[in-house]
Design a protein around this ligand. Structure first.
Ligand SMILES: [Zn+2]
Ligand SMILES: [Zn+2]
Length: 259
C-alpha cells in the first residue's frame, strides 16, 4: 500500500546505524519507489550529542545523498530532507535551512536544541505536554514544514491519556486542518510493543486515543518508518500492526504527502 518512506535517518545523528548506501539498498529490496532521507537537523549555535548531526556535517549529508540519488536513479527516487524541531527563537534559521532541502519535517523531541529541559519521549508534566502542543502548533503555522512526525510522541512514558493530552491532540488536529499539514503515523513506536495505560493497553505511538481525536478533523495522514537502521525499512509487518491498531478510525491516509 505504501510505496514511499520519507522518514529515514543516517549515522550522522549519533543514534542510527548503517551507511547511507545500505539504506538505499534496503529500500529497493523492500520495494519502495521513493526514499526520503530526513536526518535530525543541526543547529548553528547548539549541539546536543547523540541527538542530531553537527552543522558542519550538512554539506557531507547533501553530497552523499545526492550521489546516491544519481547512482540509483533507475531503481528508486531519492529525496533529501531533514527532520527538525521548531523553536520560535530561531525561526529564521529553520526557515532558511528548509529552503535548502526537498522537504522539511517537523519532529519535536526536545524543549530546547541544547537538550536542556524537557525531552518529549520521557515522562512529562502536564505543563510540558501543553508546551509541546503550543510549540508544535506554532511550528505548523510557520509554513515551512512538509508534515508533522509522530505527533503522539508525548505518550511515550505517560501513565494515562490525561485531559491535557486530549486538549493537545485537539489543538494539533485543528492546526493541521487549518494549515493543511499531513500528520505521520510513526512506525517506530510499534517496536516497543503495547503498554498498559490507565485507559487500557495501547501502543505509546501510534497511540489509538490520540488518533481517535485526530480522526475528528479533516486532515491528511501519512506513514513514516523513522528508520534508524537499514533493516528497519524491511519491517513491513510493523506497518500492518499500526494499520490494524487504527483501522476502524476514520483516518484519511494519503498516497504521498507531496500530492
Ligand atoms: Zn532519531
Ligand atoms: Zn523523530
Amino acid at each position: 500500500m505504501f510505496t514511499y518512506n520519507y522518514h529515514t535517518h543516517t549515522s550522522r545523528c549519533g543514534h542510527a546505524g548503517g551507511s547511507d548506501e545500505e539504506y538505499v539498498q534496503a529500500a529497493i529490496k523492500a520495494g519502495y519507489q521513493i526514499l526520503g532521507f530526513s536526518d535530525h537537523a543541526p543547529y548553528r549555535d547548539f549541539y546536543h550529542e547523540g541527538c542530531h548531526m553537527r552543522w558542519s556535517q550538512l554539506d557531507d549529508y547533501v553530497q552523499s545523498i545526492s550521489s546516491l540519488k544519481e547512482k540509483y536513479k533507475d531503481q528508486i527516487e531519492i529525496k533529501i530532507g531533514l527532520e527538525s524541531e521548531y523553536y520560535p527563537f530561531n525561526h529564521e534559521e529553520r526557515k532558511e535551512l528548509a529552503k535548502r532541502f526537498d522537504y522539511f519535517l517537523l519532529g519535536q523531541h526536545f524543549a530546547h536544541p541544547s537538550g536542556i529541559g524537557a525531552s518529549y519521549f520521557r515522562q512529562n508534566s502536564e505543563e510540558e505536554i501543553m508546551e509541546y502542543g503550543k510549540t508544535v502548533c506554532e511550528g505548523l503555522r510557520a509554513g515551512f514544514y512538509t508534515y508533522l512526525c509522530h505527533p503522539d510522541v508525548i505518550m511515550s512514558h505517560q501513565p494515562c491519556f490525561s485531559k491535557t493530552c486530549e486538549t493537545v491532540a485537539h489543538m494539533i488536529g485543528e492546526t493541521c486542518a487549518l494549515t493543511d499539514t499531513p500528520l505521520e503515523v510513526n512506525i517506530r513506536g510499534i517496536l516497543k510493543g503495547k503498554h498498559m495505560f490507565e485507559e487500557g493497553e495501547f501502543y505509546s505511538y501510534p497511540n489509538r486515543l490520540f488518533w481517535k481525536i485526530i480522526a475528528e478533523y479533516p486532515v491528511r495522514v501519512t506513514i513514516g518508518i523513522d528508520a534508524h537502521a537499514p533493516e528497519d525499512l524491511l519491517k513491513t509487518g510493523d506497518i500492518d500492526k499500526a494499520m490494524e491498531e487504527l483501522k476502524d478510525l476514520d483516518l484519511h491516509f494519503i498516497s504521498d504527502p507531496f500530492i
